[in-house]
Design a protein around this ligand. Structure first.
Ligand SMILES: Cc1ncc(COP(=O)(O)O)c(C=O)c1O
Length: 478
């Protein structure tokens, strides 16, 4: 009788399962991107219902085959390729990137040390070089790929800490009160990174935003002066390109000038909006990004890659070696050597998957021009959606959008803000439960807004008109 391992390595069965899965996904894709799928965007189930569904599955799992299981997974998932998915900043993936990810999983080369992942490591250097050039950094730039924007921000802030502290903080631990200045609107991963570094409340100074919801440079300078007076050693600034809630871009040129004047490291959180630099039409939004000391850009947001792949770029490539200073003699003989090909010296991951493969496969197949096409199309869609919102008297924009993130709310002159907040939360809840659309919500200056990230290039103006009509009809139901 065949052992379980024999079964698991049955090559013919693998071939059959794989062909079937690719067939199923191709049919799924064809129907979903054209809006013809019978599946709800989000087949909504409560967490307990979902858990008991899978608990039951486990009881019968040995009797069913792999492809039945895959179908179950597809049917119970949220459908990001559906044009009516306009929720969080997670994209429908480019099919070729997903295919490359499958290959990367299968080969399972680990890119922490050269001998375990030489192909992926060389591709990673190439991807970083291409990316650095396209945001305007020169040949001394360098960096690496890591597992997500949260990790990318922490990696960059650790390098900032090492580069700007006037003692060896890695060796001696934090001795002074150290802080960074960040926009009030920065992503929570920045706050988390500061606390991981042990700087506590005083380590993160939130700079008030201006009336346009952006970091105000006068406020930045004020905050710097006040902190310095208090004896806090301010060593860096984090700017948004763009902010998470509203998708707005801080003025990098101005902020960079202030950083140079005050000898501060500038880190740009470009997890979402950094790719604007690929768009001929929208690259003005990130003007000055090349002057930042460090930048992160997520491929798994606007650039339509499967999660996770984040680029961490350093204007001075040598600084990418400052994040960690650790010995692992079984991995690297020369700990001090700046060997670009042993990526684990510079990244959190020890075993790191070949994330460069999917990125390079897209650049190689379509050219980086595809990123211009995606960003321009989605940012244009954001502007067009805003125009539709402005045409209706019962809707109000939170702010004129600069990207593909559009926040708005239902308004009614007879109601106070508190009632409107409740109403807009109810609208979002109903939309989610109905499953025809997927949108999210955000609070800004005590107002609740419906938040849409237009991540799907197949979302049309008609879909967006449908959404507004749907909200109006939901209101009538209350
Ligand atoms: C501006 C910004 N930075 C960082 C992150 C965190 O990225 P990740 O989800 O890849 O960890 C996000 C996520 O939405 C973000 O919007």
């Amino acid at each position: 009788m065949a052992s379980l391992l024999d079964k698991a390595f049955d090559v013919n069965l693998f071939r059959k399962n794989a062909y079937k899965l690719v067939d199923e996904l191709s049919n799924y894709l064809e129907k979903t991107i054209t809006g013809k799928s019978e599946l709800k965007v989000l087949p909504f189930n409560s967490p307990d219902e979902m858990f008991s569904f899978w608990e039951k599955d486990f009881d019968i799992s040995t009797e069913s085959n792999l492809n039945e299981f895959y179908t179950k997974i597809i049917n119970s998932s949220i459908h990001l390729h559906d044009p009516k998915y306009i929720g969080h900043q997670v994209p429908p993936v480019l099919p070729a990137a997903a295919l490359s990810d499958f290959l990367s999983s299968f080969m399972n080369n680990a890119t922490g040390v050269y001998e375990m992942g030489s192909t992926g490591i060389a591709l990673e250097k190439l991807v970083i070089k291409i990316l650095a050039k396209s945001i305007g950094m020169n040949n001394s730039a360098d960096g690496m790929l890591t597992s997500g924007g949260t990790m990318g921000n922490l990696t960059a802030l650790l390098a900032l800490r090492q580069a700007k502290s006037n003692y060896n903080i890695w060796k001696e631990g934090t001795k002074n009160k150290t802080a960074i200045l960040v926009s009030e609107e920065s992503h929570y991963s920045i706050d988390r990174a500061v606390r991981i570094m042990g700087w506590g409340d005083e380590g993160i100074i939130k700079v008030p935003i201006n009336n346009n919801f952006k970091m105000d440079v006068n406020n930045l300078e004020d905050a710097f002066r006040r902190a310095t007076k208090k004896g806090i050693e301010v060593i860096g600034v984090v700017a948004n390109s763009c902010s998470t809630s509203l998708g707005l871009f801080d003025s990098l040129d101005e902020i960079s000038d202030s950083c140079v004047k005050n000898n501060l490291w500038l880190h740009v959180d470009g997890a979402h909006g950094g790719p604007a630099s690929f768009s001929e039409k929208y690259k003005h939004l990130v003007k000055g990004i090349e002057k930042a000391d460090s930048v992160i850009i997520d491929f798994h947001k606007l650039l339509m890659h499967p999660s996770l792949v984040t680029a961490v770029l350093f204007k001075d490539g040598d600084k990418s070696y400052e994040t960690f200073s650790q010995k692992a003699s079984y991995l690297w003989e020369a700990k001090e050597e700046k060997d670009w090909y042993n990526l684990g010296k510079r990244t959190f991951e020890c075993t790191k998957n070949t994330m460069s493969l999917k990125v390079y496969s897209i650049i190689r197949t379509y050219g980086i021009k595809i990123f211009d096409e995606i960003v321009t199309l989605l940012f244009d869609l954001g502007k067009n959606f805003a125009e539709l919102i402005k045409e209706r008297k019962n809707f109000e924009l939170a702010v004129e959008p600069e990207s593909n993130i559009v926040c708005f709310r239902y308004v009614d002159k007879t109601k106070k803000d508190e009632e409107l907040n409740f109403l807009n939360r109810q609208i979002r809840k109903t939309i989610i439960e109905d499953g025809k659309f997927f949108i999210v919500q955000t609070d800004m200056k005590n107002k609740t807004y419906l938040r849409t990230s237009l991540m799907n290039p197949f979302t049309s103006i008609d879909d967006l008109i449908d959404l507004l009509n749907e909200i109006e009809s939901i209101i009538k139901r209350f």
